[in-house]
Design a binder for this molecule. Structure first.
Ligand SMILES: NC(=O)c1ccc[n+]([C@@H]2O[C@H](COP(=O)([O-])OP(=O)(O)OC[C@H]3O[C@@H](n4cnc5c(N)ncnc54)[C@H](OP(=O)(O)O)[C@@H]3O)[C@@H](O)[C@H]2O)c1
Length: 330
């Protein structure tokens, strides 16, 4: 199972917003084939492993009845972008299946396993389930909570400021921190910001990384209608502009959409609106050792605002002279 989990891990930036899934097919101690869900919309891991095994039939094994299929997530039982994996397993002739975690998606949630059992397949489930859940944190969160996981990311000066008004753009943190943000963005299905940030900073807000990634979609909250759509923010990406200020309604919008996680990268007004909604699950702060001074705009109205909102420091480490702190909602 751990091999199936690590196979899956390689595709975490290209399978999203789908979960990553890995699968191996064994005969006794020998691995016959492997498969993974590599890209959103492409074949599932089980189908890839079965297709791979077919190439070895008559060489390393004779009949599929001799084999055991080990997959990190419960095989699906519905037709989505691909056919049901439970049916592919049944028709392959495999009689033994080991499952990591049950799929929390209401379209599956146990029905894949039941279908296998009903067709005489022996199933063992729950092997390394915690590891699979951790590996697919956003996917499990969305299915359990009916909303995407929400992270707020901010860059703060030492004196707790967010930007200098009347300046074109305020760079607060060092280049290495900005590079780190690219990898953070690559994890998320969507990046959300507000109208003032797009007008004042003209940000790109994409994941500029050296590996293949399904770029996050962009969500812009604004009542403005005169954006320059040739600006970097809008180019070569999927975006939507929402004229909506109610945070609960905005989040509810993504309940049935293929978005399991949202990274909020905005200025203090919108960040505080999200924090006030109580729907933020994580805060990432990149803190610079430099002050912006009295002209800077405070991130928060009071000291220790993050702790007062029941966030607990999970990790804190240096990126050059900056400090990156991650807080999780208690
Ligand atoms: N240090 C950092 O990490 C960081 C990150 C991002 C931005 N910034 C700085 O922040 C400055 C802008 O800050 P900001 O807070 O005014 O801008 P913002 O990030 O654009 O957020 C505020 C805007 O979001 C929209 N909005 C929609 N619903 C809202 C709600 N419920 N509450 C509040 N706003 C809502 C409104 O856009 P409309 O007015 O268009 O309708 C509002 O003006 C920028 O100049 C930028 O330099 C700093």
């Amino acid at each position: 199972m751990k091999r199936a989990i690590s196979l899956a891990d390689q595709y975490k930036y290209t399978a999203k917003p789908n979960p990553v899934v890995g699968c191996i097919i064994v005969k006794g101690e020998t691995i016959i084939s492997e498969g993974a869900h590599k890209e959103f919309g492409s074949n599932h891991a089980e189908v890839n492993a079965i297709e791979e095994a077919k190439k070895n039939q008559g060489i390393t094994f004779n009949s599929f009845g001799e084999l055991t299929l080990i997959c990190s997530l419960e095989p699906c039982n519905h037709t989505g972008k691909t056919g049901p994996c439970s049916e592919a397993i049944i028709s392959s002739g495999i009689r033994n299946v080991v499952v990591g975690a049950e799929d929390p998606n209401p379209l599956v949630s146990g029905s894949g396993i039941r279908n296998l059992i009903n067709h005489g397949v022996k199933v063992q489930s729950g092997v390394c389930a915690k590891l699979v859940e951790e590996q697919n944190k956003f996917f499990f969160f969305k299915n359990k909570n009916n909303r995407p996981y929400i992270t707020v990311k901010i860059a703060s000066s030492r004196d707790g400021k967010s930007y200098l008004p009347n300046e074109e753009r305020t760079y607060i943190t060092c280049k290495e921190s900005i590079d780190d943000v690219q990898k953070v963005r690559a994890n998320y299905d969507a990046i959300l910001t507000g109208g003032n940030t797009v007008v004042n900073d003209s940000p790109r807000m994409n994941a500029r990384v050296s590996f293949p990634v399904n770029q996050p979609k962009k969500i812009l909250l604004s009542n403005k209608s005169n954006f320059d759509l040739d600006a970097d923010f809008f180019v070569n990406c999927e975006y939507e502009i929402l004229n909506e200020t109610n945070i609960d309604k905005i989040i509810e919008r993504y309940r049935y959409k293929d978005i399991t996680s949202i990274l909020v990268e905005a200025g203090p007004k919108l960040v505080n609106a999200f924090l006030d909604s109580g729907k933020v699950d994580e805060i990432i702060i990149y803190q610079s050792p430099n002050n912006l001074g009295i002209n800077g705009v405070n991130w928060f109205k009071e000291d220790n605002a993050v702790e007062k909102l029941s966030f607990k420091l999970e990790s804190s480490y240096k990126i050059k002279a900056d400090t990156k702190k991650i807080y999780i909602k208690c």
